[in-house]
Design a protein around this ligand. Structure first.
Ligand code: FAD
Length: 489
């Protein structure tokens, strides 16, 4: 039987700076390109149609590019081991190449099962480093150096010829999936071309207002990179982004101050994913065991009001509705909706995490779970921030542009009342054509009381013995030894 390599595309749907693909093609055996829609992923709660569509858009674009080499990505739906077993009946798979994935529990277990299968079948599985995240670290000693070295390593151009690839025979027993995708209005479309469109327009112009827009729900949509879905699904590599941004900075072609703020966030990306890589139970439990005993309430009605953008707090509702419709929300508003859920509604972060993951087009487990816990105030090592939604609305959506766009039922309200619609009199409600309790809900919680409750409990827990010892453990494991209190831990 002919000996082959398989390159298995996972969340690295790109050609440029895809080290696994590069290595597979360089090796002496021809490469079969593979993508699998696995039931364990597509039927799992974190996965949304918009993720599926984004992946399909990316695969369609990749296949157009692979036409040049008279090959394509062979796309199947099914359980990964059974797909490999079937391919192994036609060819002798020698090596499997893929990029390393820092995923959720189900993909981790899938990988363990596949590794056993590979070992049993004498197949060597090479996993290449993705995102500057390293496996098997016990602490962060030397992490920054390793990360910097990775980011500065030259990106080899992809060169291949048709004979480097192999295609499955026409009579192959499994049916390949026919790819079709759609343009979803207001949702970013997948693929490297789109990734580059966003990135290049950011560098050319949009970055000039980066810092002053980043916390603004409306302006951030135009002035931050908007590359997160492309990084999360691997249409573009973090290293490519970092190297181009640095190069333009050295050549004085971009605003240095703004680009420095951007590139430091590129490091946070790896920093958070590395944390999740080293502490994967964060998917289920707070990293700081001291917080496991917090007693939160179960309140389906309030949880649903939060999910549906009907809390009576305009900025929270606008954020949620915007997220659900477009798949994107800026950092500050993500933090604010998590704070609203976990502090003001006093509902456990676990109850909102999957819903948010599903709706974020850029869902990246390693950023998502550590960020949610940080915003919920359950790490013990970060500043506790309980956001006041009204204050944030006034500060970051001064003209209520964002609120009016996403909460149209209150868009007639003029002046400061739009930030506090519950203060409308009967006459106001008539003149702005918005009846409280009918057109728009009364607030589902009194934030003065909820602030006090959350703040009392969370501040007092800071001194708890277990919280403190866990904080020490977390700092030792996840921060650089000479930096004990960095903001981005
Ligand atoms: C509760 C919560 C959940 C989040 N979940 C995700 C997620 O699933 N996926 C995700 O990519 N980001 C997540 N973030 C981080 C952040 O909100 C997004 O990365 C950012 O809004 C993406 O927009 P951008 O591409 O325009 O970012 P830019 O400001 O242009 O930044 C460039 C890149 O840097 C990285 N980055 C930026 N901010 C952060 C940050 N605070 N932490 C880590 N990396 C960062 C992202 O990869 C981003 O694309 C989350 C934040 C919070 C508060």
């Amino acid at each position: 039987m002919q000996k082959i390599n398989i390159f298995w595309f996972k969340r690295d749907l790109r050609i440029i700076d895809n080290v696994g693909l590069y290595n597979s093609v360089k090796s002496k055996y021809p490469t079969l390109l593979l993508y699998v829609f696995e039931p364990v992923i597509i039927n799992e709660d974190h996965y949304h149609n918009r993720h599926d569509n984004f992946v399909k858009q990316s695969l369609i674009e990749l296949n157009n590019n692979f036409d040049l080499y008279k090959t394509k990505i062979h796309v199947f739906e099914g359980e990964i081991k059974s797909i490999f077993t079937t391919i192994n009946k036609y060819y002798s798979i020698v090596n499997l190449y893929s990029m390393q994935e820092t995923g959720l529990q189900h993909t981790y277990l899938r990988d363990i099962g596949l590794k056993k299968w590979c070992d049993k079948n004498n197949i060597v599985w090479f996993e290449n480093i993705n995102n500057g995240v390293f496996r098997g670290l016990k602490n962060r000693n030397k992490w920054r150096e390793k990360w910097a070295k990775y980011m500065m390593t030259k990106i080899e151009p992809f060169r291949a010829k048709s004979s480097d690839f192999i295609n499955l025979p026409d009579k192959f027993e499994l049916k390949q999936k026919i790819l079709s995708s759609k343009i979803i209005p207001n949702v970013q479309a997948g693929g490297t071309k789109n990734a580059l469109l966003y990135f290049n327009s950011f560098l050319a112009d949009r970055h000039k207002k980066y810092q002053q827009s980043i916390s603004k729900p409306h302006n951030s949509r135009y002035h931050t990179g908007r590359i997160s879905p492309y990084l999360a699904w691997g249409n573009i590599s973090i290293r490519y982004v970092w190297q181009i941004a640095k190069k333009l900075k050295q050549e004085n072609k971009v605003n240095k101050f703004q680009i420095n703020a951007f590139t430091s966030r590129l490091r946070w990306q790896a920093h958070f994913i590395q944390k999740f890589e080293m502490e994967s139970k964060m998917q289920f439990l707070s990293i700081n065991r001291g917080y496991h005993k917090i007693i939160k309430i179960k309140n389906e009605k309030k949880l649903n009001a939060w999910k549906n953008g009907k809390t009576g707090y305009p900025i929270v509702d606008a954020s949620m509705r915007c997220l659900v419709q477009t798949g994107f929300l800026n950092f500050r508003m993500r933090a604010l909706i998590v704070s609203f859920l976990t502090h003001h509604l006093w509902i456990a972060w676990q109850e909102g995490a999957v819903f948010l993951a599903k709706n974020f087009l850029d869902f990246e487990p390693g950023i998502h779970y550590p960020q949610i816990q940080m915003q919920a105030g359950e790490t013990g090592i970060n500043m506790l921030r309980i956001y006041n939604p009204t204050k944030n609305a006034i500060e970051h959506d001064k003209n209520a542009e964002f609120i009016k766009k996403w909460v149209p039922e209150i868009s007639n309200i003029e002046g400061p009342l739009i930030f506090e619609p519950w203060k409308m009199t009967e006459i106001d409600q008539k003149s702005y054509d918005c009846k409280l309790g009918e057109d728009y809900p009364y607030p589902i919680v009194d934030i003065k009381k909820s602030y006090k409750n959350a703040s009392n409990i969370l501040w007092s827990m800071k001194n708890n013995k277990l919280v403190r010892s866990e904080s020490k453990r977390i700092l030792n494991k996840h921060t650089l030894s000479n930096r004990k209190n960095i903001m981005d831990t």
